[in-house]
Design a protein around this ligand. Structure first.
Ligand SMILES: Cc1cc2nc3c(=O)[nH]c(=O)nc-3n(C[C@H](O)[C@H](O)[C@H](O)COP(=O)(O)OP(=O)(O)OC[C@H]3O[C@@H](n4cnc5c(N)ncnc54)[C@H](O)[C@@H]3O)c2cc1C
Length: 645
């Protein structure tokens, strides 16, 4: 059943209605956005339906009529436009020849271009600025659709924050940004291999490590989060039997939220108000609202009793570099607890950068181009329409159908759009967007032997290991607060030794180490201090690792590389103040509030100018969030996404 508004747009679609005990479970989405299971009483369901119809703005059409109508429409289209596919196949063929792609993948022959005026020499259908993982995803889908696509990147390599480089000595492959693949394999780009990255380019997600996360306390006691609920609870029980029991209940309670939230991250976000209204119509939805507005601190105190378990759970929220005291952070725990236990983070064979390398290869094979070492200075705007970009060297590159910015929204407005008439207050609101409370410092080492932890047992098999300087919850929170205020830290590094799971990343028998510590960009004395104190902080981090291991002395280290928050701000221009998320993941900058309320649909206030990447929903990460803007752009161009994939 579908509910339409008076303009014929779908408001709510109910796929399935099922009775479960006293509830009706509606499998539904709103505004073609976020599919969810909604639990309502039968009476509530009919009351809602009556309300919707009575209001006069909504009418409902039973599924049968919808389907019949859709079938009729399909027939009409086929009848009216029999010759189109041939013409499109020709366009796609021309792109292939122009770029002399390999035989691996070819663009899809779908009806793409209605006004078939040929492009001028050097002109593209679409320009994408920034070859971060999101820019590349948009580029690959659009090139696959047969559009003449060019990705323009200022650095000499693709990948943005998803790159694997031999950054220490040859043969040792280091992920300099993202390293753990989280739920990207649940996204259709991977799940259905929509771009052929697995089949044609050998992209491979390694099996989920059984020991997902290890939390080590000062006395080397550890809580282990396994890819198994019972084993995790047994580990927690060594510290608190009450919390082991509570964690079991917690995961059971949180799991139903996981899939809908995950699916929502693959689509344009529903308007915040409608989303909340819809949730408020069911008991489970009301619980989600409560959680969405709660702080991690409050949620943790509601559920757990031991300080160690409170630290473990708060870490799930705090690792997104937002203070656990902030409203909205409880959702991080709701999402990550079932995720780690039931799904699990995993490495990509050969390094996370394989993902972006495969995307780049696919773009070329689909007939697209990637220009490296080409920095975009300005968007070329005529009237209020984006027509291309101007590079730093003065060159103009034109785009007929759209310019997609895979950059930080703060880079674009106003600096890249001089003289453009923007809505009142827009630039002010962009400049007021807030970064996370802390950024990353990373230390990468080529080592002889994988770390041997004093905690022993399964800890050495841990995928992500984090040490804490205290097992007192309040002290832990105070330490975070001090760090957010500008005090550098070295006592809580997150350590990943991917070569335990993926020997291909180092010469035989050797290992790579990825160590990340949250740090303030605005450190005491100002960000420039990082050039002075970086080495001291690195020494502190190594001393902390040595405290918890038996073999991490200097003789185990072959070579190393340090990146401070200041280095990151220089490394990727989109990371203003060292911020890989572009803007923070606060409730006010989240879902349809991202980047700003009213501008969450990937379209910017200039015609044919789009935004993708961490500045947009679903935010930061190696998460293929840019599949959604690719979909939106195709829709604007009259291309059927389903036919392209
Ligand atoms: C240390 C660290 C660890 C992380 N760990 C994880 C993890 O384990 N898992 C996870 O999911 N995420 C992780 N992340 C986050 C993830 O790396 C980023 O969220 C993600 O890479 C950002 O998305 P992106 O690649 O699309 O954008 P960006 O990285 O912002 O890409 C922007 C691109 O645009 C280019 N550019 C900038 N300005 C211009 C210009 N003027 N002209 C042309 N090109 C330009 C840049 O060079 C860059 O290539 C981590 C980040 C860091 C820093």
């Amino acid at each position: 059943m579908k509910l339409f508004d008076k303009n014929g747009n779908t408001m709510v679609e109910v796929y399935k209605l099922e009775r479960r005990d006293d509830d009706l479970v509606m499998q539904t989405n709103i505004l073609e956005s976020m599919p969810v299971d909604v639990y309502v009483k039968p009476a509530e369901f009919w009351r809602l339906l009556r309300l919707a119809m009575k209001s006069g703005v909504i009418s409902y059409v039973p599924a049968f009529f919808c389907k019949a109508w859709a079938r009729r429409k399909e027939q009409a289209v086929t009848k009216e436009a029999p010759a189109k596919p041939k013409a499109e196949a020709k366009t796609a063929e021309a792109h292939k020849v122009a770029a002399t792609p390999s035989k691996t993948a070819t663009p899809t022959s779908v009806p793409v271009i209605k006004d078939a005026a040929p492009l001028a020499k050097g002109e593209y259908d679409i320009i994408i600025v920034g070859a971060g993982n999101n820019g590349l995803i948009v580029g690959a889908y659009l090139a696959k659709a047969g559009l003449k696509t060019c990705v323009i990147e200022s650095r000499g390599f693709v990948g943005g924050g998803v790159v694997t480089l031999e950054a220490t000595v040859p043969g040792f492959k280091h992920d300099l940004g993202a390293t753990a693949a989280l739920w990207i394999d649940q996204n259709p780009i991977i799940k259905n291999d929509e771009l052929g990255l697995i089949k044609n380019y050998g992209l491979k997600f390694l099996p989920v490590p059984e020991v997902q996360e290890v939390i080590i306390f000062p006395d080397d006691r550890a809580i282990i989060i396994y890819h198994d609920l019972d084993k995790t609870c047994a580990s927690i029980a060594k510290i608190s039997t009450k919390d082991a029991d509570q964690f079991h209940k917690y995961v059971e309670w949180a799991t139903p939220f996981f899939k809908p939230v995950l699916r929502g991250s693959n689509m344009p976000p529903a308007p915040f108000g409608s989303f909340i209204t819809m949730l408020s119509n069911s008991s489970k939805g009301k619980e989600l609202i409560h959680t969405m507005f709660s702080s991690a601190y409050d949620a943790v105190n509601d559920w757990f009793v031991s300080d160690e378990m409170k630290i473990t759970a708060t870490r799930w929220a705090a690792q997104s570099r937002v203070s656990p005291y902030e409203s909205g952070t409880a959702e991080g725990i709701v999402f990550m607890a079932p995720y780690s236990v039931l799904f699990g983070a995993k490495p990509i064979e050969g390094g996370a950068g394989r993902f972006t390398e495969c995307l780049a290869a696919a773009i070329k094979d689909f007939g697209g181009e990637i220009r490296l070492n080409a920095k975009v200075k300005q968007v070329l705007v005529s009237g209020n329409t984006a027509e291309g970009v101007i590079l730093e060297n003065g060159e103009t590159v034109k785009a007929r159908r759209g310019v997609v910015m895979g950059l930080n929204i703060k880079q674009i407005f106003p600096a890249m759009t001089p003289g453009v008439q923007l809505p009142d207050g827009f630039v002010r609101d962009v400049q007021h967007l807030k970064p996370q409370r802390a950024q990353y410092l990373t230390w990468h080492a080529a080592i002889h032997n994988a770390p041997k932890y004093k905690a022993g047992g399964d800890v050495d098999r841990g995928f992500q290991v984090q040490t804490f300087p205290t097992s007192n919850y309040q002290e832990y929170l105070d330490g975070l607060t001090e760090m957010y205020r500008g005090k550098p830290k070295w006592n809580s590094p997150g350590i990943i030794c991917s070569t335990i799971f993926d020997p291909s990343r180092a010469p035989k028998g050797k290992h790579t180490l990825w160590v990340a510590q949250q740090e303030p960009y605005y450190v005491e004395g100002g960000p420039q201090q990082w050039d002075k104190i970086g080495q001291k902080v690195r020494d502190g981090i190594l001393a902390t690792i040595q405290q918890h291991t038996t073999n991490m002395d200097a003789s185990n280290i072959i070579a190393e590389k340090l990146l401070t928050p200041l280095d990151y701000s220089r490394w990727d221009e989109a990371w203003i103040d060292g911020e890989p998320s572009h803007i923070g993941g606060y409730l006010t900058q989240y879902m349809s509030n991202r980047p700003l309320p009213g501008w969450s649909g990937y379209k910017m206030p200039v015609d044919k100018l789009y935004l993708c990447g961490p500045s947009t929903h679903p935010g930061t990460g190696l998460n293929a969030g840019a599949r959604a803007p690719a979909n939106v752009i195709m829709k604007d161009l009259g291309i059927e996404f389903d036919k392209v994939i």
